[in-house]
Write a protein that binds this ligand. Structure first.
Ligand code: KG4
Ligand code: ZN
Length: 350
């Protein structure tokens, strides 16, 4: 009997940036363990992630997290059906730690190794809650849909036709939206990562400043570097302006830009399903604006809960499950790649 027909248990490792993540997904029960060891404090004094420090921290954390995940899920290595791992994109030194650990487990316990693209993990994070509410419904995803990925490293729109079928619709031409949040937060005196600080501060402020909408080449492309400069110029000219109003005005403008392009793409591509994912999808104003617009336009919207929006391994475990079911195993000489476009990855591994 093909063991892909039975309920399965998969382990996932995510080390693409500064969070060490280990998760276990049971296809009949949902996520059994989801551990994230954050390095925020380690990198904060440097104002950003220091690649070498990040890799060293992953090496230190990975084994204790693996042991703890198995303990929480109450399973043994031999119970695993597959080992999924983020192979791209990200900081190469960090990715390599997770890939090496996953290969060691796959080799020692003779388990299939399933490669997952970090952005694919983010996309499928949107469905994790639905899966958890009804674990028996293995693939509660209707295609096609549009995916907006907004994170520290990416701001991209994809047309998702089916599993592993990703077509780029738009992308940022300069800064990612997460970078813009982090840089504006820094201007206002907050440590890295600044997004959550802006979000909290903005809740106490008024969006009283009208920052200009950037002109961008390409209907569905984004640009945030001009907006960041407008905020910087405003702060220089108005040093005593209330910070909470600057944060609220910036955040509102970002939500407006993202929503305008995304809903235009939905209309033009005649899609009525939307997924909004990535660390910045944790932002309260963005969540609010997208929920309102989706309701107005009759669009089915999927946004992950906060714990699945920022980097985690649960999303890698679920995307890994979807690939494992389709026999998407990798040979043990697969490498980690710092740059690997999602569209190409999807084609190579479909
Ligand atoms: O997806 P993620 O955890 O890591 C990457 O793959 O990049 O995203 C991290 C980004 C950071 O720029 C962080 O400031 C931002 O997500 N972020 C937020 C919020 N929470 C995290 N930005 C705005 N509002 C938030 N609540
Ligand atoms: Zn991410």
């Amino acid at each position: 009997m093909d063991n892909r027909e039975k309920p399965s248990v998969g382990l996932a490792i995510e080390t693409s940036c500064d969070e060490t993540g280990v998760a276990i997904f049971d296809s009949s029960k949902g996520i059994l363990a989801n551990l994230v060891s954050s390095q925020v404090k380690l990198h904060a004094p440097f104002g950003g992630v220091v690649p070498e420090l990040s890799a060293r921290e992953h090496v230190k954390n990975i084994n204790p997290l693996l042991e703890e995940a198995l303990r929480q899920a109450n399973i043994d290595w031999k119970d695993l059906d597959y080992v999924a791992v983020t192979v791209a994109p990200g900081l190469i030194l960090s990715l390599v730690v997770g890939v090496a650990a996953a290969k060691a487990i796959a080799h020692a316990y003779k388990k299939p190794l399933v490669p997952v693209h970090h952005l694919e993990g983010h996309i499928y994070s949107a469905f994790l809650e639905k899966v958890e509410k009804n674990p028996k419904e293995e693939e509660p995803i209707k295609y096609p849909f549009l995916a907006l990925i907004i994170s520290g490293g990416h701001t991209e729109l994809y047309y998702v036709k089916g599993f592993s079928q990703y077509q780029t619709v738009g992308q940022t031409l300069d800064d990612s939206v997460g970078e813009a949040f982090d840089k504006v937060a820094r201007m206002l005196g907050f440590p890295y990562p600044g997004g959550p600080h802006i979000d909290r501060l903005a809740q106490k402020g008024k969006a009283s400043i009208k920052f200009p909408t950037p002109r961008v080449k390409g209907e569905y492309n984004f640009s945030f570097s001009g907006l960041k400069t407008s905020v910087l110029n405003f702060i220089r000219k108005n040093p005593s302006y209330p910070k909470e109003d600057i944060a609220a005005s910036f955040q509102k403008k970002v939500a407006e830009i993202l929503a305008e392009k995304t809903f235009k793409a939905l209309r033009d591509l005649k899609l009525n399903r939307l997924v909004v994912v990535g660390g910045v999808a944790a932002n309260s104003e963005i969540r609010k604006v997208f929920k309102e617009k989706a309701q107005q336009m009759g669009v089915e919207l999927y946004i992950p809960s906060l714990k699945y929006a920022t980097d985690n391994a649960a999303m890698i475990a679920y995307a890994g499950f979807l690939r494992w079911k389709r026999k998407g195993f990798a040979p043990l000489d697969i490498n980690a790649s710092p740059n690997y476009p999602l569209e190409k990855f999807g084609k190579d591994w479909s």
